[in-house]
Write a protein that binds this ligand. Sequence first.
Ligand SMILES: *[C@@H]1O[C@H](CO)[C@@H](O)[C@H](O)[C@H]1NC(C)=O
Length: 414
Amino acid sequence: MGPCVGLALWQVLVFVVVYLAGLSSATSQTQAPCVGADALAPSCQSRESLHYRDFFYIGGRYIKGTSGPTSGAILVDQIYVEKLTPATGVLQPKPVVFVHPGGTSGASWLNTPDNRKGFASFFLGLGYQVYLLDTQGVGRSSENDISSFPLTPGSTIEEVEKGYTAPETANLYPTAKNHNKWPGSGLRGDPIFEAFAGSIIPVTTNNVALENAVRVAGCKLLSIIGPAFVLAHSFGSFAPILWSNDCPQFLLGSINLEPANTPFQLFASLDPTKLGSFPTRPWGLVNTRLDYDPPVSDPKELQTQPVGQDTRELRRCILQVEPVHKLPKIASVPYLALTSNASVHVTWDHCVIDYLKQVGGNPEWLFLDDLGITGNGLFMHLELNNLEIAKVVHEWILKTLYGERSFSKLGQMV
Ligand SMILES: *[C@@H]1O[C@H](CO)[C@@H](O)[C@H](O)[C@H]1NC(C)=O
């Protein structure tokens, strides 16, 4: 008995010493700032909602490689999809698929650069099944069809500062000065800025190849998991338009944070001395075939005209000439756009909405200011009040599923 007690005491002593050592090192480490990428330190707490993660690649097709070592079969155009399941179990009836902004990857929906909950965690916390994907050519969906997917850097650091994280310092458009929700200074050298700037990665310059690949893989994904809601940001808004055209039966709603698919044109966004625009998206909202009614086999059959004055406050749109070709499949999917006050999008998002109305849609368009949410820029889903914006999306989902009456009741759950 004696030796047993001795052993136990010895074990207790070791435990106490190890425990105290652990405590003191934890104390010294938690004093290190958990800001920006420093939050990678083991002692910094995660604020993510508890969840499980699975991943799959979906879509893709075989092509014949060229000569030499790559002359065999090559699988191309597949996309990486991450399935995040709330640890509570799924409590919401329908999943949400997230499509990332241009020049970033699906990581944009995870924790924010200052290590707060991002959109994925917000929806997981409410019990949603969440799917994050990287579109072809991006991140973990980098493309094996190298010649069809030439790359260019996502955004320059100047564009990131002046356009996204600190537009108030450059004042390139009228409401830029109202921006005040980015965490930190939004400028080079700030650790939160550096953490965000690191998430900007190459994009392909071949939007036709990208759209053709996204529309196939996306509808395949939605056919397995849908019907689902799709939430896209800025450049990513081309995807729900294509899926609404090709497989509308699998989309319950298309939710767009500042959709960047301005019909028929691209604005020189950050140079206010240059009004006017470059022609692009010949099919209207995208660069590839849409099912118009009456049918269009060549986009040149779409007669268009400029509408409105082109000013710094409000840019000129390009719409169809009456009588218009409609887009009945796209119009059949409930559509929401959210626009903030201090993003350059406030000057041109009306063009997307006007076009959707013209082709027979009934899009809803919400200004964050009208909901009392002020001072946001383009990357609203990462800014200080990002979860207020996520809540607007959740409430719109409830309204779309259950109607206006249930909406006010269920909205209180949040
Ligand atoms: C943008 O914000 C400014 C400053 O708060 C405000 O005066 C203006 O009305 C807002 N614009 C819109 C469209 O909400």
